[in-house]
Design a protein around this ligand. Structure first.
Ligand code: PMV
Length: 362
């Protein structure tokens, strides 16, 4: 193992959007996801004192900033400033598990080295844009490089996926695959296939993670970390009651994803937008569209979008409707951005299909 003193490693990874097929993919149906040009960077360097020092800054929607001592001083962490306890705990959970996993799997970090980890992110948390997977992939890549156990992309993806599963209980391979490889992936019957498709210009609208009704209630806020799990369980319950109806909805979604890939290949944006609208209707039918996300979709459609839909897990009204929508805005981009901002969403123009993991050693 190489000696790592005075080394500094930066690992940068993209966020993701699910374009088609979220939820239905849990039951083996096709889903299409893409990297977007919003990135998360993990910087790892040595520090004089032993143990891990972790800093998370610059995360949109929260103004989250925290400074925790891990390793030798675990449990004595000092939060300097954070508005969102749930998000703070969630973000740090992935870093802690990455450190634990690397120690166990590769024996690295056991020498009591002093390691500084800094995470800077343009990816809102709990918004369905893959911030958890991005944290895992970039942390693993940077730490492996720092400790001189390097590793191929597939190994990093696999490690990161294991960490996501350990923290969340379950995770589909979509997010870690996109963060590692970038571009587009099609998931079919649990298998991840990389696809070559042209770039799309989209608008993402996020309903932020800390609804005023929750305020600083830490218990409720930390439940936000379980949002996806809760929503997926809700779909399962309804599917068990309305099995034959849900089977038809699921089959329709599978066909939508297949047609959407062809629409992107043919650059048929009118058809692509119509397929997004239908996909959104199916997500509403299975009960994952809260009022605030529904409003963003309707407002975008009414303002001239070619298509709009919820992306990722969706949301729950009792959790403040936190989540994101994806809009194919066509010519109406400025108007759509304005109406979503007035409605209180964090709005980002994004391009799909960007680069995956990039690691730089200084
Ligand atoms: O919102 P996200 O990024 O957690 O997306 C969840 C996507 C689901 O299909 C609902 C679950 C999954 O693991 O694929």
């Amino acid at each position: 193992m190489e000696k790592n003193m005075d080394k500094k490693i930066q690992a940068s990874v993209p966020a993701k959007v699910i374009l088609f097929g979220e939820h239905f993919v849990v039951y083996g149906k096709r889903a299409l996801a893409a990297a977007i040009n919003r990135r998360l960077v993990v910087e790892v360097s040595s520090r004089e004192r032993s143990g891990y020092h972790v800093k998370i800054a610059n995360i949109p929607t929260f103004g989250l900033e925290m400074d925790l001592e891990l390793g030798q001083e675990e449990g004595k962490g000092k939060a300097l400033l954070y508005k969102d306890y749930g998000a703070a705990t969630k973000a740090i959970a992935y870093v802690k598990e990455s450190i634990r996993y690397l120690e166990e799997r590769y024996g690295i970090g056991r020498g009591g080295e002093g390691v500084e980890i800094e995470i800077k992110s343009e990816i809102p948390l709990s918004a369905g844009l893959g911030s958890s997977a991005a944290t895992c992939v970039a942390t693993i890549a940077a730490l492996k490089e720092f400790f001189g156990v390097g590793g191929d992309l597939e190994g990093i993806r696999n490690d990161a996926h294991n960490i996501e599963k350990a923290v969340q209980g379950a995770a589909s391979p979509v997010d870690t695959a996109i963060s590692t490889y970038g571009g587009y992936v099609l998931v079919e019957k649990g298998e991840v296939k990389r696809l070559r498709l042209a770039e799309l210009n989209l608008v993402v609208g996020c309903v932020g993670s800390i609804p005023l009704s929750i305020g600083m209630d830490t218990k409720k806020a930390s439940e936000m970390g379980l949002k996806t799990k809760k929503i997926v369980e809700g779909v399962k319950t309804r599917k068990e009651i309305f099995t034959s109806i849900f089977d038809s909805i699921f089959a329709a979604s599978d066909e939508i994803t297949a047609q959407a890939i062809r629409a992107i290949e043919h650059r048929d944006f009118v058809k692509l937008g119509a397929l997004m609208n239908i996909n959104h209707g199916l997500l509403d039918a299975i009960g994952v569209v809260p009022r605030r996300l529904s409003e963003l979709v309707k407002m975008s459609q009414e303002s001239g979008a070619l298509g709009a839909k919820v992306t990722g897990a969706g949301g729950l009204d009792e959790m403040g409707g936190v989540g994101s929508v994806l809009v194919l805005s066509g010519e109406s981009v400025d108007r759509i951005k304005a109406v979503m901002e007035i409605a209180g969403a964090l709005v980002m123009e994004v391009k799909t299909g960007g680069e995956g993991l990039k690691t730089i050693t200084f």
